[in-house]
Design a protein around this ligand. Sequence first.
Ligand SMILES: Cc1cc2nc3c(=O)[nH]c(=O)nc-3n(C[C@H](O)[C@H](O)[C@H](O)COP(=O)(O)OP(=O)(O)OC[C@H]3O[C@@H](n4cnc5c(N)ncnc54)[C@H](O)[C@@H]3O)c2cc1C
Length: 420
Amino acid sequence: MVTVAVVGAGMSGLSATHFLASKGAEVETFEASNEPGGIVRSTTVDGHVLEHGPQRLRLSKPVQSLVETLDLGDELIYGDDDQSLYAYYDGDLRPMPLSARDAITTDLLSWPGKARVLLEPLTRGPKPGETVEAFLTRKFGEEVATRFAGPLYSGLYGTDADEMYVEYSLGKALDRFGVEGSLLVFMLKKLLQGVETPPIISFEDGLGRLPEAMYEAHAESIHLETPVTDVRRDGESFRVETDRETVAAETVVFTTPAPTTAALLTDVDDKAAEVVERFSYNPLGVVHLRSSFDGTGHGFHVIDDGFRTDGSTWNASMLGRDGVFTSYVGSGDPTFLDADRSVVGRKAAREFETITGAEAEVLSVNVLRPGMPAYDRSWEALEDLSLPEGIEICSAFTSRAGLIGRITDGRKTAASVLED
Ligand SMILES: Cc1cc2nc3c(=O)[nH]c(=O)nc-3n(C[C@H](O)[C@H](O)[C@H](O)COP(=O)(O)OP(=O)(O)OC[C@H]3O[C@@H](n4cnc5c(N)ncnc54)[C@H](O)[C@@H]3O)c2cc1C
């Protein structure tokens, strides 16, 4: 009998394992793949470090604390924060107004469009049932909502802003940052208080170094290549089944995406499994390109219609990864991702060439399934989700998708399990 069985060793499962083990809990973690990290994966192709999931991280307190505990400080590399992020709008790359400089100089927004932002303090907070697009339009005007804030936020998840409810997505982020009234006033206060955003970081060998080090620190209790095939109730505890063994556990923590969690939960609580099955995801194509494009910036979001590319990160400029660019494709039409990988890669390269004017060749193509949690209207399922005692979910679909959110969720889940 172990205290806790953790299903999955992506950043959620590794964080839960790390915080449980550091509090002395007896924990066994099962991971289907032959490597830890899940979505966070880095490889080296032709001498280029490629990120298959997140491209970079911010050195916020939870990350800094892990970096120190795992002794990774010497491997850190820092990104250049003082660069623009672009929108590809009306056939050109135009800076998004993310800094005072870009807010004044950008031609992404007209002067009336920029002036409309000043009315934001007079508008109210989110209304029940309001979509992200309706909320942003009401707050900042249509131009900002459709050319900047909407695509910037909803593009992270590959979901249209009019398919996302504020209360299950953006509203939660606003709550977390303590934004109660005006967003503009909140940002101005932070600016005046001199609150600094933590720096952009990665590791020399890529972000995959973080889950790798977390795995190394707890290798004795993490079983790779051991997919969980079923979870069953056994009196007050649970039996966690794999092809190799069956483990009895007082608590089971699911860190797998919703479809896998639903399938594994069925024999424990079929009603909860049915609710979990309702959360939808957006599959995503990640294409690494090599190009001599010498633009300075963090990348671009595509606003214009008619492209399969949603956006691109300029690893070359942001992190000094020479010649490397990462394009995200497919959210507009997920059936495109069923095409042969070479077709997906070629399309991404040709569109990158159209947008930047520089030649590009494909280094690698990956299609992530189920992909990103959509945070769309299906998130109403959260209202109906009730888990049986002894079952915990520590995953992006019940909380925040970002890595910092995953680390924090792992710590909170560990605390809640041990308190029980
Ligand atoms: C392309 C992309 C870019 C992103 N960019 C950023 C970013 O810039 N910044 C940021 O903060 N966040 C970013 N995110 C979000 C973040 O990377 C993810 O939310 C996070 O990594 C998810 O971690 P997880 O452990 O919850 O899930 P996963 O990484 O999906 O881990 C789940 C694990 O469970 C395992 N598993 C599946 N089935 C079983 C089974 N039956 N038994 C045992 N194990 C199983 C899987 O193999 C996997 O390892 C990005 C995500 C994507 C897809």
